[in-house]
Design a protein around this ligand. Structure first.
Ligand code: CTP
Ligand code: MG
Length: 237
């Protein structure tokens, strides 16, 4: 019998979009702030809509959030956001399974607030992870010297940066494996689970690092909006 399992494996995208953006200091959730003429989350959605290998995109928003209310053919919405990013992702995975995804299908989890992601970067992650037994994430080798701080705000050590990477998203894993990995942390409120890879790592598996771009930063602080705007505007030009 011919093994067609790889050909049948689908890729879903899950966009956690249920945060409040407390560090961004905006009046409304940061993912809906206008950047280069559109709410930030719309730029993120547009990038995923341009990747043909993505079967379906599910956006996880907070209960009662109607901002993206009219989904178009390119995405669905689930108002099942949780108290933490990990809980939002966990709830979204359950919804993907309800919608017909299988545990063997892949999911690319991507922060709605990383609105500078490009279709080429998404494709690069898919290319690297499809043949991989575990899956992986976009990440960036640490560019700066890394300092260890004491509580008094002074440096007590310089750490070796050669083996340090900054984790980005998307992060791509099998839906079933990621769901099980997160379920193990549900009882303690997903403590210490700051991305998908950390949950997978806790199972003993080793996610693949796929080099991303410094432009794929997460809009987090007030000054990040102007930088995102400049990058998006320069791409349009
Ligand atoms: N997120 C989510 N559910 C939460 C918290 C965050 O879906 N309970 C989403 C955010 O909307 C964002 C992504 O996870 O797209 C990355 O989180 P982050 O940048 O930390 O956003 P916020 O949590 O909203 O910001 P802050 O931590 O500054 O409050
Ligand atoms: Mg947060």
């Amino acid at each position: 019998m011919i093994n067609v399992s790889v050909a049948q494996d689908r890729c879903f995208a899950l966009l956690p979009c249920a945060g409040s953006g407390s560090r961004a200091g905006t009046a409304t959730p940061k993912q809906y702030q206008p950047v280069a003429g559109q709410p930030m989350a719309r730029h993120t959605l547009a990038a995923f809509a341009r990747v043909p290998r993505i079967t379906q995109v599910l956006v996880v928003v907070a209960p009662g959030d109607n901002f993206l209310h009219t989904p178009d053919a390119t995405f669905s919405i689930a108002a099942c956001g949780g108290a933490t990013r990990a809980e939002s992702v966990f709830n979204g995975l359950k919804q993907l399974l309800v919608m017909g995804a299988t545990p063997h299908d892949w999911v690319l989890v991507h922060d709605a607030a990383r609105c500078l992601i490009t279709p080429a970067q998404i494709d690069a992650l898919i290319d690297a992870c499809l043949p991989d037994a575990v899956g992986g994430l976009l990440a960036l080798p640490l560019p700066d010297t890394l300092k260890h701080a004491r509580a008094n705000g002074r440096v007590d050590a310089t750490l070796d940066r050669a083996d340090k990477w900054l984790a980005q998203t998307p992060q791509m894993f099998r839906i079933g494996a990621l769901h099980a990995a997160l379920a193990a942390h549900a009882a303690n409120g997903f403590a210490g689970i700051t991305d998908e890879a950390s949950a997978i790592e806790a199972t003993g598996a080793q996610p693949l690092l796929v080099r991303g771009s410094a432009q794929n930063f997460k809009v987090t602080y007030p000054e990040d909006f102007a930088l995102a705007e400049a990058v998006l505007t320069s791409r349009d030009a």
